[in-house]
Design a protein around this ligand. Structure first.
Ligand code: 13P
Ligand code: SF4
Length: 312
C-alpha cells in the first residue's frame, strides 16, 4: 500500500516537473485512472489531446490512441507506458490488404473507426469513434457509397441505425467477441430486473439483448441517468471503476465471457499491459515515445481533424 502511495506521489511530482498531461482510457487499471488529468472514451481523449498545452502527453491507453495524440501533436513528446499495448481490432486491418480493398471500390467515402493504425487513418476520408459514428455517417451525402472499417460489429449496428448500405471490412475486437450469449441470458434470469448495456463492438446477438448501446462514456452516462436500477455491463471490465464512482449505490455486474476465453474475464490484455510502475518509468525516462512517419501523419491528420470538426 505504501509502495503504491510512493509511486503515485513520484508520478504526480514528475508530471508537474516535466509539464506533462496524463490521459487515461476507462479500461486502464483503477490506480492509473485515479491519477490521470483526463479519463474518458476515445473521442474525449482525442479532444483533450487536441487542446493540451503541455510539453509531454502520456497516453495510458493503447497504441492507436497514442498515435492519434501524436498525429495531432507532432511537436510534443507523446509517451505510452508500454509500447506493446496494441489492439486486436486495429491488428485485424493490415494496411496493405486495406489498400487493395479500397482500390476495388473507387468513389466510396472511407470512414474508419479510430481503432486502427495511422496507416489506415491516412487512407481514410474521415475517422469516427463509437461516440460520434452516427453523426459522421450522417455527414456523408446520401448518394455517396461508404466503406466502413475495421469493426464489422459496429458496422452492422450502424447499417441498422442509419439504413445506409455500408461496405464493411471484416475486423473485430477479441475482447468484445468473447461475451457468451448463453451465459448472459442465464445471468439475466438470475437478475431479471437488471438492464443489459453493451458496447457496439459486441456481436449482434449480444446487442439485441441490450437496453442501451454506446461508447464507454455513453454507457457511464446512461447508468448515471438510471441509477436506481441494476446493470449487466458488456464491455471491458475496467469501465466498472469509473462507472461505480458515478453511481456508488447501483449494482453493476460484468457480462460473462465464454469458457474458452483464455482470460475468463472481459479484460483487454493490451490495455492492462500498462501498469503504475511502467507509467512511472516512462515518465522518468521519457520513453517509450511514439513517432509517426511525417508523410503518413499529414495524410492521417485530415480525417482526424474532420472528425473533431463534426463532433463539435
Ligand atoms: P470507446 O471509444 O467507446 O471508449 O471505445 C474504445 C475501445 O477500445 C473499445 O474497445
Ligand atoms: Fe482494442 Fe478490443 Fe482492447 Fe478496445 S478492448 S483496445 S478494441 S482489443
Amino acid at each position: 500500500m505504501e509502495v503504491l502511495q510512493d509511486i503515485t506521489t513520484e508520478i504526480l511530482d514528475l508530471k508537474k516537473e516535466k509539464n506533462a498531461t496524463l490521459l487515461a482510457h476507462y479500461y486502464q487499471e483503477s490506480a492509473i485512472q485515479d491519477i490521470a488529468d483526463h479519463v474518458g472514451d476515445s473521442l474525449y481523449l482525442a479532444q483533450q489531446a487536441n487542446k493540451t498545452e503541455s510539453d509531454i502527453i502520456i497516453m495510458a491507453g493503447v497504441h492507436f490512441m497514442a498515435e492519434t495524440v501524436k498525429i495531432l501533436n507532432p511537436d510534443k513528446k507523446v509517451l505510452i507506458p508500454d509500447a506493446n499495448a496494441g489492439c486486436s481490432l486495429a491488428d485485424s486491418c493490415p494496411p496493405k490488404d486495406f489498400e487493395k480493398f479500397i482500390g476495388k471500390y473507387p468513389g466510396h467515402c472511407v470512414i474508419s473507426y479510430i481503432n486502427c493504425s495511422a496507416e489506415i487513418k491516412a487512407m481514410s476520408d474521415v475517422i469516427c469513434t463509437s461516440s460520434n459514428a452516427l453523426k459522421v455517417i450522417n455527414s456523408v451525402p446520401e448518394d455517396q457509397p461508404i466503406i466502413f472499417a475495421p469493426d464489422k460489429n459496429l458496422g452492422r449496428y450502424l447499417i441498422e441505425q442509419t439504413g445506409r448500405d455500408l461496405l464493411l471490412w471484416e475486423g473485430a475486437c477479441l475482447v468484445h467477441e468473447a461475451f457468451s450469449i448463453d451465459k448472459l441470458l442465464e445471468l439475466h434470469k438470475k437478475y431479471p430486473e437488471s438492464k443489459i448495456i453493451a458496447h457496439p463492438e459486441s456481436e449482434e446477438h449480444i446487442l439485441k439483448t441490450a437496453s442501451y448501446i454506446g461508447s464507454t462514456a455513453g454507457m457511464i452516462r446512461y447508468v448515471k441517468e438510471h441509477d436506481n436500477e441494476q446493470f449487466i455491463v458488456a464491455t471491458e471490465a475496467g469501465i466498472l471503476h469509473a462507472m461505480q464512482k458515478e453511481v456508488p449505490g447501483t449494482k453493476l455486474i460484468p457480462a460473462p465471457v465464454s469458457e474458452d476465453n483464455t482470460c475468463a474475464c472481459s479484460e483487454c490484455g493490451y490495455m492492462k499491459m500498462n501498469t503504475l510502475e511502467k507509467l512511472y518509468l516512462c515518465l522518468k525516462n521519457e520513453s517509450p515515445s511514439i513517432d509517426v512517419d511525417e508523410s503518413i501523419r499529414l495524410k492521417a491528420l485530415l480525417p482526424v481533424r474532420r472528425m473533431l470538426e463534426i463532433s463539435k
